[in-house]
Design a protein. Structure first.
Length: 394
């Protein structure tokens, strides 16, 4: 950590060049003798990366930014705030603290937070930034979190939070929990000696069912999407919890949160299928990730088009966690019918349980992307392939 970067003239230079081409800045070299151009370029790139992801850090003066990869790997403020709403109590230890965004938000709900980060330089940066941000209840430790936890004799925490590193020793990406560092399934017994509640963040691409088999005492699974893109997959573990876990999906949008939850033991409706009616619904990405496709017909007044299509319909418009459409026409999929019924050569196309990709359909039909028409290519309950032409409601 080079403290010279915090000088007023350097900070002004960083702010002035936030939108400049980094390669050009590197080519020109650093105008400050005690700061390398690489360090200067990193501060610019990392701060720019934080503008939307970490607005609190971006807007605060004299924040010291870590290498850009730490910004890329950290939670966003939106998802960190959501995680903080899961925990409560007096004490929490963050075993893989990183740039400290999660710990910062945990500190708003927990009396004392311990932030562990094995990278000494990053730990110093985090401690400095907490001081700038006026945070008083986070203790930073430049150490391996698992090792530090094991050394705390007679100490228990209300919560353990861990976001295992998804890089192996060769810096290649890994995803399965057993391949991450630390190996959480292997460490679980020791972790439960130190806390009754554990919150684990895993790769959003992980399969939920297989991950449940790797863990134990799972109480909740949270699937967190932001603007319909799944960002985080969270597992809440409670010592000796043996009931079925609750699956909680949330899609955080600008003005609202779409929440849908269910238990894995819930019974499925016996006759949930229908031909397309007046309205069509597409679940948000968090629900699609959850696999709770059949449960939707229990929770909402909708019917499914077909077992594997994951599209829903109703005669009356309802408030649905996803996109809603007014069905205009339902026709068989063939070129002649498309030309007859499509008002223009521009449309938004989605395929669900259909033998062709969007690219193949566009090539065959010459339909370009965009416009106000939405086409869903799918399989209906009688097995026929259909094209549903619709207009978007929300």
């Amino acid at each position: 950590m080079n403290s010279k970067i915090l000088n007023t003239e350097v900070q002004d230079f960083i702010d002035t060049n936030l939108n400049q081409d980094i390669s050009k800045i590197i080519f020109k070299g650093s105008p400050f003798p005690e700061i390398t151009v690489q360090d200067l370029a990193n501060q610019i790139a990392a701060k720019k990366k934080s503008e939307k992801k970490l607005p609190t850090w971006f807007q605060c003066k004299n924040i010291y930014f870590p290498p850009k990869i730490s910004i890329e790997q950290t939670s966003s403020e939106i998802t960190a705030k959501y995680k903080s709403e899961i925990v409560n109590g007096e004490s929490l230890i963050d075993l893989s603290g990183g740039f400290g965004i999660d710990s910062y938000y945990f500190s708003k709900r927990i009396t004392h937070v311990t932030h562990c980060e094995i990278n000494t330089d990053l730990s110093k940066i985090v401690a400095y930034n907490y001081n700038v941000l006026g945070v008083k209840n986070i203790e930073t430790k430049a150490t391996d979190g698992i090792q530090y936890l094991k050394e705390q004799n007679e100490v228990k925490f209300d919560w353990i939070y861990i976001d295992p590193s998804r890089r192996d020793d060769s810096k290649n990406k890994v995803f399965l929990l057993k391949d991450c560092a630390p190996n959480v399934p292997e460490e679980l017994d020791d972790l439960f000696l130190k806390a009754d509640n554990i919150l684990i963040k895993v790769s959003p691409i992980l399969d939920i069912t297989s991950t449940l088999r790797e863990l134990k005492f799972v109480k909740e699974v949270h699937i967190v999407a932001v603007h319909n893109e799944v960002k985080e997959l969270l597992f809440v573990l409670e010592k000796n919890f043996l009931n079925d876990p609750k699956i909680i999906t949330i899609n955080i949008k600008k003005s609202l949160k779409e929440v849908f939850q269910f238990s894995l033991s819930e019974k499925i409706s016996t006759n949930p299928y229908s031909v397309p009616l007046k309205y069509l619904y597409e679940p948000n990405s968090a629900i699609l990730k959850s696999g709770g496709f059949e449960i939707i017909t229990n929770k909402f007044e909708v019917l499914k088009l077909e077992q594997h299509s994951h599209l829903y319909t109703s005669e009356k418009l309802i408030n649905f966690p996803g996109r809603s459409f007014l069905i205009e026409k339902v026709i068989p999929y063939n070129k002649k019918e498309i030309k007859k019924h499509l008002p223009s050569k521009k449309a938004n196309i989605t395929v669900r349980n259909f033998p062709k990709t969007v690219a193949q359909v566009r090539k065959e039909t010459k339909i370009s992307d965009g416009g106000n028409t939405y086409i869903f290519l799918t399989t209906l309950k009688d097995g026929s392939k259909a094209m549903i032409i619709s207009s978007k409601i929300n």
